[in-house]
Design a protein around this ligand. Structure first.
Ligand code: SF4
Length: 417
């Protein structure tokens, strides 16, 4: 690259970095000036405001950070090897400007933004990169992340480990294969940390730590089902999960639970399904509030789905613990990239759930094919049951906000009938 090109790129990065900071601080300002903001929520907002580069996360947690592309890799395994797993979500609208020219025009904007953030090299000045990357093979965009990093000129070349995710969950062969992948992940983590062996008791301890996080998160979900937790706050809490040590986050959620002691307004309750939403791009949640809709349930991988449920085991051998983890992260996961996916749709329309809401809002990011495809099946199933459904396709831009709001307001009026 010539000096001129270097200068041009340097200037562009600087401009985007400034806008990146503006975008983040604007959303922080909005959150902190809400009438329902409470001191107990400050911890979560500050985590999101504090940056998501590996140096910051590592300084906070005291652990080297491993980038994780999807949620199927057992977090407990990273923990027992002394690592901090950090799920990569991209949330800024402006960061994607750096990666967009090299990428397909229609692609997952969440990952385009994440690639832009990597290009910004937020960790550059602090000199610390992700120790490694772990990628379960879920959707096509995730499968190709390493190639996309290369075409975007992201020079980081850390060890990269893929977990081949069996897309059929209910077959015994798939479950056995996934257990093998969990063993291979264990081998990879052992290699990058130099820790030859882990003690069974230490793995059980890590499992217990995450079990407690799941438990307190379930308490928060129970409150949300009664309409007492605005989705914005729920998202801030769940989005911040990977930004700190699991135990500290769990204690902070415990302290925040009493904040949600009453339902503020009687608004129509909805189920929010579809593509993830991540800070600072909380556009869709602001629009839902503005339209007078209250989310009591969601199945977003950046929100309610960060935990796939509890881990059950009665075999305390190391193999028994790894098997329990493999089962939980494979069987419990409701990602739409699985082929035998009835459980995901049944989760939305289950009798115990469908009485909680009046309709489903389906959020699809342009280029997110798994959710786009799934919306077709879900819409038919819901309409057959007489339930109201709306699909909103959007991109990482604020230009469509007014159109989305108008559609949501019209939808809310149908729920009143
Ligand atoms: S499932 Fe959708 S949102 Fe998630 S990485 Fe793939 S395309 Fe992006």
């Amino acid at each position: 690259m010539s000096n001129n090109q270097d200068d041009r790129e340097g200037r562009l990065k600087k401009k985007i970095l400034d806008r990146f900071d503006d975008e983040t601080s604007q959303e922080i300002k909005i959150l902190k000036s809400r009438p329902d903001f409470r001191p107990e929520l400050e911890y979560f907002v500050d985590l999101l405001a504090g940056g998501r580069d590996p140096a910051t996360i590592s300084a906070r947690t005291g652990r080297p950070v491993v980038a994780l592309m999807c949620l199927q890799a057992p977090l407990e395994l990273f923990h027992v090897y002394g690592l901090q797993p950090f799920k990569i979500f991209g949330g800024t609208m402006v960061a994607q400007r750096l990666s967009a020219p090299q990428l397909p025009a229609i692609m997952c904007p969440m990952l385009r933004s994440a690639l832009g953030e990597l290009h910004l090299d937020l960790a550059g000045s602090k000199g610390q990169k992700f120790l490694a990357w772990v990628t379960p093979t879920t959707c096509d965009w995730v499968v190709k992340i390493q190639d996309m990093m290369e075409v975007c000129g992201i020079t980081e070349k850390p060890p990269f480990h893929r977990l081949e995710l069996p897309h059929l969950k209910d077959r015994t062969e798939s479950q056995d294969r996934w257990l093998e992948e969990v063993y291979l992940l264990r081998g990879f983590l052992s290699q990058i940390t130099g820790k030859k062996k882990i003690r069974r008791q230490d793995l059980a301890r890590s499992m217990n730590i995450y079990q407690k996080s799941w438990h307190v998160f379930s308490n928060l979900i129970d409150l949300k089902r009664t309409g007492r937790v605005p989705e914005i706050w729920f998202m801030v809490i769940s989005n911040s999960f990977f930004f700190d040590d699991a135990e500290k986050w769990t204690e902070s959620v415990k302290k925040a639970l009493p904040v949600f002691n009453k339902r503020e307004k009687a608004l129509p309750d909805i189920f929010l399904a579809g593509s993830p939403i991540f800070f600072p791009n909380l556009k869709m949640l602001h629009l839902l509030e503005e339209a007078g809709l209250n989310v009591v349930m969601d199945d977003l991988c950046s929100s309610e789905r960060i935990f796939p449920g509890a881990v059950y085991f009665d075999d305390f051998s190391e193999h028994g613990l790894l098997k329990a983890l493999a089962q939980r992260y494979h069987q419990g996961c409701l990602c739409p990239t699985f082929s035998d996916n009835d459980r995901r749709i049944n989760n939305i329309i289950a009798p115990a759930h469908k009485d909680l809401y009046k309709g489903v809002v389906f959020h699809v990011l342009k280029g997110c094919h798994p959710f786009d495809l799934e919306s077709l099946t879900l819409e038919c199933r819901l309409k057959d049951m007489g339930l109201k459904f709306i699909k909103l396709e959007t991109d990482y831009t604020s230009e469509d906000s007014q159109t989305l709001l108008t559609r949501l307001e019209a939808y809310r009026n149908t729920l009143a009938n």
